[in-house]
Design a protein. Structure first.
Length: 120
């Protein structure tokens, strides 16, 4: 490895000094995406099927008659491996943004295959 000589009165960065970037290499294989279906009749099951149709916020889910605990159902889906996505959006009448939940495409494809469909 060539020796790096920094300009006078300048400390080299760790990358310059070692020639190695700060990125960690992984020698482990990427885990397989394999979510588990939520229990039948649970809020997580309702949220999963609703999220397969479209994105939801808690106020929308509450107005649809599913209750105000969408975030708890989303957390359960995360524990079951569905990898839900939370995006902050402005909501009328609120100063702070709220979460809009969605599922990644791979989750929609997995749900379709678990249900015996060919498309997501």
């Amino acid at each position: 490895m060539p020796k790096f000589n920094p300009p006078k009165d300048e400390t080299p960065t760790s990358y310059q000094a070692t020639g190695v970037s700060g990125e960690q290499l992984s020698f482990l294989p990427t885990p397989v995406f394999c979510p588990i279906l939520p229990p039948s009749g649970s809020a997580a099951e309702t949220a999963l099927y609703d999220l397969l149709a479209r994105d939801w916020t808690t106020p929308e889910w509450d107005m649809a008659g599913n209750g105000w605990r969408l975030s708890a159902a989303i957390k359960d889906l995360g524990y079951l491996g569905w990898e839900p996505i939370s995006t902050r959006v402005q909501w009328p009448g609120r100063k702070r943004p709220i979460a809009r939940y969605s599922l990644p495409q791979k989750a929609k494809q997995a749900a379709a295959s678990l249900r015996g469909c060919d498309h997501a």
